[in-house]
Design a binder for this molecule. Structure first.
Ligand SMILES: Cc1ncc(COP(=O)(O)O)c(C=O)c1O
Length: 364
């Protein structure tokens, strides 16, 4: 149809994994464990829930269009100025505003192949030329990405830790990369999982950097347990933020999302419990995979990816798990068709998963 630009006609939309009610309905199961979207298995931060419940009646009003209260709280927490902080409907909301704000015709984009699919969809929507650098041993190959820089390059997207591999690049690798990238190129540093990785000595926490061409993105969807609310944030030089705020949709995030996010930021107890449980769940999984001699990619996030010999094996494992009521994520659309990603759940969920895993392996 001539009304639809070619790059949109050819776009493959983002296909989320199966949801709980779909699986219950399709397979007639009652108990479902969802380990497919890297959500927090403990539900929302209790402080966030309480705050939202108290303010539900205020939602006949539009929220503050520039989300000053939430941005102030973020600036306080991370020792920045209000003018360095933007927010959006999830970190993907901020990502989308970045694409609309800074890209001009003929600009080029660089990202890593097999990295976060949400960014790939946005890059394709923009209609700009995009180059996808290869992964090396499931890691971002920052040296290879630099090779794609041309006079037209405007934007480079890096996810650290990456999704779906869970791998991260180190302080040293990032420093070397930044030395080679011209200042006219904007870097999106997506740290959706930084709470889980921050304990690593060589993880480059972007709060310790001040580059004028880097926008850090973070989210309330993962460690804070607020994925359904849709709240994310970005930190950058004040000129970048000033322009992003002009383009951001006026009332995103919604008021309940802003309220939930502000309360969640103060819920240190919940974050500690979340991160601790994820780290011990990760150990529980790794130990079992090592014992069962199953190949996996070591991860710095709240999920981990199993590597099978081929697509058929991965698909049949995924289906077998689904029939046991466990939803996992087959990574075919990421270009990793022999891989299955598993979100770390509660201790009980992990245990149930591991029991089913060993029973499936015994049968195969
Ligand atoms: C690397 C990465 N960035 C961003 C997002 C999107 O997060 P949000 O819910 O804040 O839009 C995800 C979600 O899976 C992710 O894995």
């Amino acid at each position: 149809m001539p009304l639809v630009p070619r790059h949109i006609q050819e776009l493959q939309s983002y296909k989320p994994g199966k949801n709980i009610s779909e699986v219950k309905r399709e397979l007639g199961l009652n108990k479902i464990i969802k380990l497919s979207s890297n959500e927090n298995p403990f539900g929302p931060s209790p402080l966030a829930l309480e705050a939202v419940q108290k303010t539900l009646k205020d939602n006949f009003r539009y929220p503050d269009a520039s989300a000053i209260l939430l941005r102030e709280k973020l600036a306080d927490k991370f020792d920045l100025k209000l003018s360095n902080v933007t927010v959006g409907a999830g970190s993907e909301g901020v990502m989308s505003a970045i694409m609309r704000t800074f890209l001009r015709q003929d600009d080029e984009i660089i990202g890593a192949k097999n990295s976060f699919i949400g960014f790939r969809v946005l890059a394709k929507c923009s209609g700009m030329t995009a180059h996808w650098g290869p992964l090396r041993d499931y890691h971002h190959d920052l040296n290879a990405m630099v090779e794609y820089i041309t006079d037209y390059t405007k934007l480079i997207y890096l996810a650290n830790p990456d999704n779906p591999t869970g791998t991260y690049f180190t302080v040293e690798e990032f420093d070397r990369f930044m030395d080679k990238v011209p200042e006219r190129v904007l870097i999106i540093l997506d740290e959706a999982y930084f709470e889980y990785a921050d304990f690593l000595d060589d993880y480059p926490d972007s709060m310790h950097y001040r580059y004028d061409n880097v926008i850090t993105l973070r989210t309330f969807s993962k460690a804070h347990g607020l994925a359904g609310f849709r709240a994310g944030y970005g930190f950058a030089h004040e000129t970048l933020i000033e322009n992003l705020l002009k383009v951001k949709l006026p009332f995103e995030p919604s008021w309940p999302a802003q309220i939930a996010a502000m309360a969640a930021l103060e819920d240190n107890v919940y974050i500690e419990k979340t991160v601790e449980s994820c780290h011990s769940g990760m150990k529980q999984m790794e130990l079992a995979f090592n014992e069962m001699r199953i190949e996996y990619i070591p991860s710095a996030a709240n999920f981990l990816t199993l590597v099978f010999n081929n697509e058929e094996e991965a698909e049949s494992f995924n289906n077998a798990m689904l029939h046991k009521g466990i939803i996992l994520r087959h990574l075919k659309s990421w270009g990793l068709s022999n891989c299955i990603r598993i979100t770390i759940g509660t201790k009980e969920e992990n245990l149930y998963f591991l029991q089913q895993l060993s029973s499936i392996l015994q049968k195969s």
